[in-house]
Write a protein of this length. Structure first.
Length: 236
């Protein structure tokens, strides 16, 4: 089955261009020109990826992203007409996985789409293949925090935590390298991939999200520690 991509863009010419080029790559393309329609299509069609413009009539892209993140872990690639860092940070804070600033080259756009969808496929394949593995070695335990590799499940105090796929990947990478100081660049390359176009600010945002879920006191982290000027270290 071809992967579904929902493109949300209110500029008719750009919407048509993006849809046409995605279709040529073999994707099934869904479209929406405003925020409310985007939510409706996303809920009914369950796309594998959403390309979401920020400036939309009715609900803007930020609000759509915020609502979707409460309902689904679908990857979101945000489009912004400005190179304003604030837009990018806000998008990441709300749960966007990547962003592009207009105008952009179609080749770069398609590469970002491909990279995000590849991450989704790898996550699904890892989950499927883990069902055939032996149970030994599938659980990492750090006090009241447990990571079940086979089920891609994290529990704290016996209660399951709701982690987005990228949050889980980040936590697992840090936990598997516990005690080591990992630079933001290395984390970005290993968790997001070498072809990810975003900056290291993405790492900081996801670390903050993880701390809110795994730390007894997120304001004073003891598990996911900042190494000033370098990156992060996971304390087991």
């Amino acid at each position: 089955m071809p992967e579904k991509v929902l493109v949300v863009e209110d500029e008719p010419a750009l919407l048509e261009t993006l849809a046409y080029n995605l279709g040529r790559q073999g994707y099934e393309v869904l479209t929406a020109a405003d925020g409310l329609t985007a939510l409706k299509v996303a809920r009914e069609e369950h796309p594998d990826l959403i390309v979401l413009d920020i400036m939309l009539p009715g609900l803007d892209g930020f609000e759509v992203c915020r609502i979707l993140r409460k309902e689904t872990n679908v990857p979101i690639l945000m489009l912004t007409a400005r190179a304003d860092e604030v837009d990018k940070v806000v998008g990441l804070e709300l749960g966007a996985d990547d962003y592009l600033t207009k105008p952009f080259h179609m080749r770069e756009f398609l590469a970002r789409v491909k990279a995000l969808l590849r991450r989704v496929r790898l996550t699904r394949e890892e989950a499927a293949s883990s069902e055939d593995r032996e149970p030994e070695g599938q659980v990492l335990t750090f006090g009241d925090l447990t990571i079940h590799l086979g089920r891609r499940e994290v529990r704290r105090g016996g209660h399951p935590l709701h982690l987005r796929p990228r949050e889980y990947d980040l936590l697992l990478f840090l936990a598997q390298n516990r005690g080591q100081v990992l630079s933001r660049d290395r984390i970005l390359e290993q968790v997001w991939g070498w072809d990810y176009g975003g900056g290291t600010r993405t790492v900081d945002v996801h670390v903050r999200w993880l701390r809110e879920k795994i730390e007894p006191d997120p304001a004073h982290p003891t598990r996911l520690v900042t190494v000033r000027g370098v990156g992060y270290r996971f304390e087991g």
